[in-house]
Design a protein around this ligand. Sequence first.
Ligand SMILES: [Zn+2]
Length: 265
Amino acid sequence: MPAAHLISAARGALATVLPAARGALADAWALVAPVDCAGCGAPDRALCPACTHAVQPSPRHALLALHDGAPPVPVVAGLAYTGVARAALLALKGDGRTELARPLAGALRTAVERAWPPGGAELLVPVPGSRTGTAARGFGPAVLLARRAGLATTAGLRAVDAGPQQKGRGLAARLAAEHPRFVARPRVRGARVVLIDDVITSGATLRAAARALRAGGAEVVACAALAATPRRVGPSSIPWRSIAGNDERPGDNVAREGYREGKEA
Ligand SMILES: [Zn+2]
């Protein structure tokens, strides 16, 4: 049996382990198992030097109104959700390659630093993964990335079962969806919150999380994410601007495999 198949079989075996233990096991597994670069497939590196370079922070910002009539808040993403960044995050989330959180974490940390409001904030709250996604993976991507970035987060939200209808729905339908996706925990009451997520696509998830926090007595003052879908790819209408001062160019960083909605949860 080729080595790659053995590794694949072993990864499959990992998937049968209890979810709570899986994240820790996957970390340990990554230390002993040969892996291929998640960006280009080069052998024996979780992420090769060239691909590591490709996920160095390249922050972009936008202003996003989180509620009807609310003043927009700053939103910063550390990377474009394309190319190596997208491949690595999909491998982390879809294949449980948690060792990729470390090379990606710097971009999240930069995004949080750039988004941090001058007036400060009390809590850094990660958007929780969907209940089914978190149960299947054994970890929430935003929580894991934040931990690797050395950021102390507060579990201020919990995901509620929204049913299967979110996936594949159009932007308008998602925005119109009334079923709450999150509920705030009592500990957030009265706090100014910076909300963090792994990927921003349409902004619908941030809005849903902000709605829940507001209902729980907290105020979202800024948002940060590891990556964001470029404005010309997919349904995102968020007018991202590079913090270096250059707007995204048409076709900039567009993923070869094209846009697929529904990977943000
Ligand atoms: Zn590579």
